[in-house]
Design a protein around this ligand. Structure first.
Ligand code: ADP
Length: 246
């Protein structure tokens, strides 16, 4: 596993309040990582920094084999580097079928050259079926997205992001509002997706994080409080105090 993303000594202040304080995190490729922390810990700001929505006051964010800095880039340039972000609420085209949604995502490649690669490699149909199978929506391909369950919409949106072939996928609280069965399916899906790319999951639900069975980073007051297996971080007394509230 090589390092794909390195956040190094990053700080961000909003009106004098340090939301991110000397934060350093490395994400490998491939890797599945869970980022947890209490409300206000800085999880959203962390994602905003990586995607270029928020520019840090200090520190470095380097990316990829050539260690290019993401800091001077616009949000769309960063997306084209292969960083996909899944927000909490599903945003799919409700009036279109699952197949049409995936076809649209495939027609909207993330980089100027991927159009060429797309034409040369697998054509729409085969790739759509492949992605549908990957996210477990094969039987729903002809259904209208608006008719899907909340969980299925989330998987469809993850599928649409996978169609863009990201090297890093940021996923914000995927388990929120899901049934136990849907959570299990989501865990499998994310684990599978993380076999060939970096997947960072920001999550509150401890049971869900346990099922992900991956390295966990605990944020607190804009810094890394603990990092390691879930058992390791939850054995840390400060983590228990600030996060678990016991
Ligand atoms: P989390 O996602 O872990 O709940 P956030 O990254 O949203 O945490 O927020 C971290 C801290 O920064 C919080 O105290 C929040 O109120 C503050 N914050 C975030 N964005 C802004 C902003 N645009 N202006 C002022 N304060 C902000």
């Amino acid at each position: 596993m090589s390092t794909l993303l390195e956040v190094d000594g990053v700080s961000v202040s909003f009106d004098g309040f340090r939301a991110i304080n000397n934060l350093s995190i490395q994400i490998g490729e491939p890797e599945l990582r869970a980022v947890i922390g209490p409300n206000g810990a800085g999880k959203t700001t962390f994602m905003d920094i990586i995607t270029g929505k928020t520019k840090p006051d200090e520190g470095r964010v380097t990316w990829g084999d050539k260690n290019i800095s993401l800091l001077g880039m616009s949000e769309s340039q960063i997306a084209m580097e292969g960083i996909g972000r899944k927000f909490q609420k599903p945003t799919v085209f409700e009036a279109q079928t699952v197949r049409e949604n995936l076809a649209m995502a495939l027609r909207n490649p993330r980089g100027p050259f991927s159009v060429l690669f797309y034409k040369k490699t697998k054509h729409g149909g085969a790739r759509i079926e492949e992605i549908a199978a990957e996210v477990g929506l094969t039987d729903a391909l002809t259904r209208q997205a608006g008719e899907l369950s909340h969980g299925q919409k989330q998987w469809l949106e993850i599928g649409m992001l996978l169609a863009q072939d990201p090297r890093l996928l940021l996923v914000d609280e995927p388990a929120a509002g899901m049934t136990t069965q849907e959570r299990e399916h989501t865990t499998d899906l994310l684990k599978r997706a993380a076999k060939t790319r970096a997947v960072v999951v920001v999550e509150h639900d401890m049971e869900f994080v346990r099922r992900l069975d991956c390295k966990v980073t605990v944020l607190h007051e804009g810094s890394v409080l603990a990092e390691g297996s879930l058992d390791h971080v939850t054995a840390n007394q400060t983590v228990i105090d600030v996060y678990l509230g016991r």
